[in-house]
Design a protein around this ligand. Structure first.
Ligand code: HSE
Length: 313
């Protein structure tokens, strides 16, 4: 609906319509004098000076202060950034992170419903020849799979290339300096959400993988000093009720730290935590989260509750 008159009658608007809708609607509404609350899942307004990025388990203070100071525009964060912060924001809050890299394993669903459907179609095309000519010979099966991946009939309208049985180390458009926009968001949004000054450098390579749902991230953090691993773990588990510490052993990791284990859950497992051989200040870890929940819907849903509290409703 883009009837500005009807929209202007509402005190609170929530948009999950994507950036194009926001671009076409938000500015004209504000220009017309509308002073209501705009809550948006799209990235369009996130970095505006007058907008707060919402992830209340991490920045409820920033959101509440914003409401008190008259902020009327709230945007959900990038899914990868939100999930990373749900796992390790405690360390940022403690000013314990000098810098961080995050290497991502992002599911098809982060790119939208059409992409999820194409991934499943591709999977079907890949397994079809191996079912038609069953073989116990792995190299023979491999040859059939590669052949199906390279066959022009494989549906690739959405991704442009095969994703099933493969990966794509590029997400979103190019930015200056060789980053993709998804990679650029890592530092920009982390620092804005947490209100960090001076900003903490965050960078990495974002990769689309052939999973349906849930983004994984391998983290490498340089801490500001040599913090014992047990203290790092305590800071992490103490930061919100959803984060789950997964012991760094094979059984726990393979059972609990995968997209399959996490899909549909609000829990944010983080594991593989250990001091890296790079030096005593370096900590590695791996985290997975459902990006359709904390990465998209949940912060918006919870913002409504905060807003109702603020408005006394
Ligand atoms: N940009 C993300 C992705 C979507 O492509 O996976 C969540 O913001």
């Amino acid at each position: 609906m883009r009837d500005l008159q009807l929209l202007a009658d509402c005190n609170v608007l929530i948009s999950c319509q994507g950036g194009e809708y926001t671009t076409g609607t938000y500015a004209p509404l504000r220009k017309s004098g509308w002073g209501g609350f705009w809550i948006d899942a799209a990235s369009t307004l996130r970095m505006n000076d007058d907008a707060v990025i919402i992830l209340d388990p991490v920045n409820a203070d920033v959101i509440r202060n914003g409401l008190i100071q008259g902020v009327r525009t709230f945007a959900g964060g990038n899914c990868t950034v939100s999930l990373m912060l749900m796992a390790v924001s405690g360390l940022f809050r403690a000013r314990a992170v000098e810098w961080m890299t995050t290497m991502t394993y992002q599911a098809a669903s982060g790119a939208g419903a059409a992409k999820m459907l194409e991934l499943v179609k591709q999977m079907g095309c890949l397994t079809h020849p191996t079912r038609a000519i069953p073989s116990e010979n792995a190299l023979e099966v491999d040859r059939l799979v590669i052949q199906a991946q390279r066959d022009p009939s494989l549906p690739t309208e959405e991704f442009g290339v095969p994703l099933a049985g493969s990966l794509i180390p590029w997400i979103d458009r190019a930015m200056p300096g060789g980053q993709t926009r998804e990679e650029w968001k890592g530092m920009a949004e982390t620092n804005k959400i947490m209100g960090l000054q001076p900003p903490v450098p965050v960078d990495g390579i974002c990769v689309r993988v052939g999973t349906m749902r849930c983004h994984g991230q391998a983290l490498c953090m340089k801490l500001t000093k040599d913090v014992p691993l047990e203290d790092v773990e305590q800071i992490i588990v103490g930061s919100n009720p959803w984060v789950r510490l997964i012991p760094n052993d094979q059984d726990s990791t393979t059972r609990c730290l995968t997209p399959t284990a996490v899909s549909g859950s609000l829990n944010i497992p983080i594991g593989r935590l250990r001091k890296l051989k790079l030096g005593p200040e370096f900590v590695g870890g791996f985290t997975v989260g459902d990006q359709l929940l904390w990465g998209a819907a949940e912060p918006i849903r919870r913002m409504l509750r905060l807003l109702r509290e603020h408005l006394g409703k």
